[in-house]
Design a protein. Structure first.
Length: 329
């Protein structure tokens, strides 16, 4: 049973921010004394089932994974869904978990991140405060939160969470290799969302102008990244435009001998798995999408220019939309 103790502690270490004290975490979560915690860390006393459940609920890991429960033709998934009563803290915890994961990945010079996305990737917009705030508000709205008498302008993201968003982007740009397969409608969908929320009087023209400028900035960054085939850190990036609609957003991460697959659900939430079978299928699925995609990084110059030009026109058309709405009023 000592091996189970070691495995549970190892799982928690992978989830919590680097430098966080495991004894303190166990003390706070299990409400145990210092010596009781250290006996569990040393393996002298086994975690009870109740304690394992508490830890799994707190750190959102799978009991199947912790206890090595396997079922033929069945894979375990971890659903990461921030607590509805503390949304912003849950959001921050989610970011911290990703950051810790990316820090592990970047130690491998051959690490690989694959993304097939029908939404704007987090790493593209997390450093753009107004757009990130709008998309966070959209997530709250779609989560069924009571936002009576609230608009996008009323949402305040604490500085420590803004810092986590920035750190998230920094860490993703340190991964050795990244591949993005983008749905051609990622910018159009944001435009439609903004127009919808404007029609509902949930966002005003001042915020939209700020977001519009940020979208132009993201397109400039995307063009530079595609031209260079790399992040500004020097890490290699391949960018593809899908010629078919992507029905969801998938990610696959590979480093050393480890793999992880992620599927976005409910905005900033999602399901993760380290199941070898599922990870391999996800990897094959994302790689197969390249066959119906156009590479625009370091090649496909005409296609890259045409796409970026059309997306800038989409973003610019937000201004025309407001003129039309103002005239009709």
């Amino acid at each position: 049973m000592t091996n189970y103790n070691d495995k549970i502690i190892r799982i928690i270490k992978e989830i919590i921010p680097e430098g966080t004290s495991i004894p303190c975490v166990l003390t706070d979560t299990l409400l145990l004394g210092k010596e009781s915690v250290y006996r569990r860390i040393r393996g002298e006393v086994c975690f009870t089932l109740e304690e394992v459940v508490k830890l799994a609920n707190k750190f959102q890991f799978s009991l199947d994974k912790a206890l090595d429960i396997t079922r033929k033709e069945t894979s375990y998934f971890s659903l990461t869904l921030p607590n509805s009563t503390v949304k912003i803290e849950g959001y921050g915890d989610r970011l911290s978990s990703f950051i810790s994961f990316f820090k592990k990945m970047k130690k491998d010079p051959n690490s690989m991140a694959r993304y097939a996305s029908n939404t704007l990737p987090y790493s593209f917009y997390f450093t753009h405060e107004n757009l990130a705030r709008f998309l966070y508000f959209k997530w709250l709205y779609q989560s069924g939160e009571d936002l009576s008498h609230m608009t996008v302008k009323d949402i305040v993201i604490p500085k420590h969470v803004l810092d986590l968003q920035t750190q998230f982007v920094v860490e993703t740009k340190c991964l050795s290799n990244s591949v993005f397969i983008l749905d051609r409608n990622v910018f159009s969908s944001i435009k439609y969302d903004i127009e919808c929320f404007y029609g509902l009087h949930l966002i005003d023209s001042e915020d939209i102008k700020l977001i519009q400028n940020e979208l132009f900035s993201i397109l400039d960054d995307l063009e530079l990244m595609a031209n260079n085939g790399a992040y500004n850190t020097g890490a290699k990036v391949e960018i593809y435009l899908s010629n078919i609609d992507l029905e969801a957003t998938y990610s696959h991460f590979e480093y050393v001998d480890e793999q992880c697959a992620h599927l976005i659900l409910y905005g900033i939430s999602g399901v993760d798995t380290e199941s070898t079978d599922v990870c391999e299928k996800q990897k094959i699925w994302i790689d197969s999408l390249k066959k119906n995609s156009t590479l625009i990084s370091e090649s496909g110059k005409m296609q890259r220019y045409g796409y970026l030009h059309s997306q800038r026109n989409e973003v610019h058309s937000l201004s025309d939309y407001f003129v039309k709405c103002t005239s009709s009023n």
